[in-house]
Ligand binder design. Structure first.
Ligand code: HXC
Length: 498
């Protein structure tokens, strides 16, 4: 190992060194370093006597499974990985190179933030990074790893990227640290409570993948890069694929006979995918919806699925945000979207209304409506009310909507509907419970099935569960050359309700 690297200092903190991280992530001997002679040009606060090799950030390119990627890794052993002008220029330069080369960018963050001695020049460095992160968005995949502290404005570069990885115990990410929080709000919080990996993976939703050690994190990044397209021009079309049979006979057993029982939607999803191909994204956040990448007969799809095993699969603010962002990622990179629907509605209540369920739910409607990639929806069980529309309905432009025979498509569930419709009548009836039950049965028979929706063309076909994988494949093959005729409205861009 090159003697410039102070591995020991970093290992003492329980962390890999920047160069070790790069080597762990990339194919062996594939890394080419750019700008290793760069250093700072600052003369203030004693900086004229300090040397900062490669100005504290290692930048360059290499390959992952033979495909090129650009990468940077901040070196905490050099002035705490702090970002000065040259350090910032190196990072924005490598993002610019990734854009030119149309290859993914990986950024490994481990830094005390803006280099205090360099003042506004450090801030300028950040600004330029944010600008290039934004330029690259939707053009190349951008992956951020938080592998140490990431504080202050520095958090906004990862915040602008597509997939953020964090590692338990060594990573923290916050706009203001615990000391400032104590001064300003008088709250006592630990760094982990304020910005640890678990908090961001499960509560804030900033983090998409959490790992308990660095090696596993870099392996997962390699796996993700094997699955996703490396820029927005590569399209892996279903047209050229042949169907690979997979036995789905037991898929129906996943669904409980009683429609108010929960089950794990991931079992249905993975039963339709190639074995071991499903990569769940954001698995700890808004668990009432599942998003991730999978393959059918070797071809990539993006999956959105309600999860009845958590909050009955209801749509709330976080679930709407999570799904909308994932749909937009898939659309930007030409990945067909397959939806599995079992949703009792939007979550009612004061807290959700105050949080802006209207604004957040609108993002989901917008993202599905806007997406022009092939869109397939399979309604497994419930599809109620506004959530029926929101979950890739025909009305929002889905190309094919299928329903299992167990599908229930209605404005609302039977009990709620009867209590609204017969409230007056039931209060006056002697045998209230019996009449209520009878009305509920009538409602269930009439509405809680896919028949009416199919008769009106809102559903293309009622399919047997064991046909699901094959029908999704055939539909995507059919749509392999899909080009949605744009409506030629000559607008700059829409205004997604952010
Ligand atoms: C210059 C810094 C630095 C910084 C750390 N160092 N942060 N030097 N500018 N921002 C130096 C330390 O002086 C020390 O130098 C070495 O890096 C290691 O730091 P330690 O404090 O010894 O490490 P540790 O105990 O692990 O603590 C890590 C830390 C702490 C929690 C990150 O260093 C810290 O609180 N740093 C300041 C964080 C911060 O407030 N940053 C500015 C955020 S505002 P020696 O010579 O002793 O080894 C911001 C604005 C960006 O970033 C706006 C963009 C829009």
């Amino acid at each position: 190992m090159d003697r410039r690297y102070d591995l020991e200092k970093q290992h003492k903190k329980g962390k890999m060194h920047a160069i070790e991280r790069i080597q762990k992530l990339l194919d062996a001997n594939s890394f080419f370093e750019i700008g290793q002679e760069v250093t700072h040009h600052c003369k203030d606060f004693g900086m004229d006597t300090i040397i900062t090799p490669y100005d504290g950030v290692i930048t360059g390119y290499g390959t992952v499974d033979g495909k090129k990627v650009c990468i940077y890794a901040q070196d905490f052993t050099i002035m705490g990985g702090s970002l000065g002008k040259q350090h910032g220029e190196k990072i924005s330069g490598i993002i610019e190179l990734a854009i030119k080369a149309k290859c993914p960018l990986i950024g490994i963050n481990d830094s005390g933030g803006a280099r205090i001695q360099e003042g506004v020049h450090a801030l300028a460095g950040y600004g330029k990074i944010f600008y290039y992160n934004t330029k690259a968005s939707g053009y190349i995949p951008q992956i951020s790893v938080i592998a140490g502290p990431c504080a202050g404005g520095a958090v906004y570069s990862p915040g602008l990227t597509d997939f953020v990885f964090m590692i338990d115990d060594i990573s923290n990410m916050f706009v203001t640290g615990p000391k400032v929080v104590k001064t300003v709000t008088n709250e006592d919080v630990t760094p982990d409570q304020l910005g640890g990996a678990f908090m961001h993976a499960s509560k804030s939703g900033v983090v998409h993948f959490r790992h308990n050690e660095e090696g596993a994190c870099y392996q997962q990044i390699r796996k993700l890069l094997q699955a996703i397209p490396h820029n927005n021009e590569l399209t892996d079309t279903f047209c050229s694929r042949s169907y690979e049979h997979k036995d789905q006979n037991s898929i129906i057993n996943i669904l409980p006979i009683q429609s108010n029982r929960t089950y794990d939607m991931k079992k249905i999803v993975t039963s339709c995918m190639d074995d071991d191909s499903f990569i769940e994204v954001h698995s700890e956040f808004a668990k009432n919806i599942v998003v991730g990448f999978g393959k059918i007969s070797g071809c990539l799809i993006g999956v959105i699925a309600n999860q009845p095993a958590f909050l009955a699969g209801v749509l709330d603010c976080d679930a709407s945000d999570k799904a909308a962002r994932f749909i937009r990622y898939c659309d930007a990179f030409h990945i067909p979207i397959v939806t599995f629907t079992d949703v009792p509605g939007f979550l009612p209540g004061l807290s959700q209304e105050e949080k802006g369920i209207i604004r957040h739910g609108a993002k989901l409607l917008y993202a599905y409506s806007e997406a022009t990639v092939p869109k397939i929806n399979v309604i497994i069980r419930k599809a109620y009310g506004g959530a029926y529309i929101a979950m890739s309905s025909k009305h929002l432009g889905a190309d094919f909507v299928y329903a299992w025979p167990t599908a229930e498509i209605a404005v609302m569930g039977a009990e709620g509907a009867i209590d609204v419709l017969y409230h007056q009548q039931l209060t006056k009836t002697e045998n209230k419970e019996q009449v209520r039950k009878q009305k509920i049965n009538e409602y269930e028979e009439k509405f809680l099935n896919p028949t009416i929706a199919a008769q009106h063309g809102y559903i293309d076909a009622i399919i047997e569960p064991e046909q699901t994988r094959k029908i999704i494949f055939d539909s995507l093959k059919m749509l392999g050359n899909k080009k949605e005729a744009s409506m030629q409205m000559n607008k700059k861009h829409g205004n997604i309700p952010l």
